[in-house]
Design a protein around this ligand. Structure first.
Ligand code: UDP
Ligand code: MG
Length: 313
């Protein structure tokens, strides 16, 4: 019998967990011939998520729970789910029911029909999301695609179905700062799209405030593109050319006496500010990459597990 795990990261999701569990269990009933279970990752929630998940797991052996020691973030939570999944297939899905679990049977069918390893879900529309969220998401994916060496599918989140081959490949990746949707695209194999309409959050509010969104975007950029490093080369070249042209002009004006630029101080100040800016900017970009190297070299685990429930050791 084939097996499926549904991987659900949860951070302060007490308002949606019961409903998520109910709807997903109903879906499992319709999945004949597949032994399905849920892996909830409690990412250091401060509300009743922890107790609710432990309670559900105590009643239902098909519900596995990983409690983190603190809040490590969405990507580490999903990573923990994939690392601890021993099934043939895994679905990555959010707890807030924006991605309907009812689509899982069709996703599995698509995967089998297309003989693919990954079915990634593309959002045709996004209900209940702010204009700001949609705009920043659009900008982000556009920039990412221009910068990155890998071509990412647009309008996709982490909601996808992956098979054992993809799970094994993902688990072999050693980097600590994981941008999961990028990495799953990067591993290759046959990947097919699946179009759906994204619902509004069932209850509660987004766990991705602007600060988390920015650090998520920064991670994607730093781990998947070296182009920002080229910035110093381009700006340096531009500054070099400007310097030469300006130098020539000063020299010629001195020879032919068509300007009294030598006595001016405004140009000096402007040049100092300009080059100071260029230098700080490029050092800053360099610093960001060194920061990533620093984090990777420390080689700390991506997450610390406090407790695991219903896993076979
Ligand atoms: N999440 C998490 N840790 C965090 C932030 C979010 O595990 O630090 C989970 C959250 O519980 C949800 C998923 O990641 O299941 C996506 O978060 P959310 O729906 O708030 O993001 P949005 O859809 O607003 O981008
Ligand atoms: Mg959401």
């Amino acid at each position: 019998m084939q097996t499926l795990s549904v991987i659900v990261p949860c951070y302060n999701e007490e308002a949606v967990i019961q409903e998520f569990y109910k709807r997903t269990k109903d879906v499992f009933l319709s999945l004949k011939g597949i032994d399905s279970s849920i892996i909830f990752i409690n990412d250091g929630s401060k509300d009743d998520t922890k107790y609710m998940l432990s309670f559900i797991a105590a009643q239902d052996p098909k519900v596995k729970v990983i409690h983190f020691s603190r809040n490590f973030g969405h990507q580490p939570a999903v990573t923990a789910g994939i690392n601890n999944c021993d099934s043939d297939y895994a679905v990555i899905i959010d707890a807030d029911l924006q991605d309907p679990p009812e689509l899982i049977p069709d996703m599995i069918e698509t995967l089998k029909k297309e003989e693919a390893s990954v079915v990634y879900c593309i959002r045709k529309e996004r209900k209940g999301e702010t204009f700001f969220k949609k705009l920043t998401a659009k900008l982000f994916y556009k920039t990412m695609n221009n910068l990155s060496e890998v071509e990412f599918p647009r309008d996709t989140g982490d909601f996808r179905l992956i098979d054992r081959k993809a799970i094994t490949a993902f688990n072999s990746l050693k980097e600590k700062g994981k941008y999961i949707r990028g990495l799953i695209t990067w591993i290759g194999f046959k990947q097919v799209p699946f179009y759906y309409s994204r619902d509004a959050r069932f209850a509660g509010e987004t766990k991705y405030p602007l600060k988390k969104m920015l650090s998520f975007a920064k991670r994607a950029m730093l781990y998947f593109s070296k182009k920002p490093l080229m910035l110093s080369v381009s700006l340096g070249t531009a500054a070099f050319v400007i310097g030469i042209v300006y130098g020539l002009w000063v020299w010629l004006s001195y020879l032919f006496g068509f300007s009294d630029a030598v006595t001016g101080w405004a140009s000096t100040v402007i040049i100092i500010i300009f080059f100071g800016g260029v230098q700080l900017l490029t050092i800053g970009v360099l610093g960001q990459y060194i920061g990533v190297l620093f984090d990777e070299v420390k080689n700390r685990p991506e997450y610390i597990v406090d407790e695991k429930i219903n896993f076979e050791e």
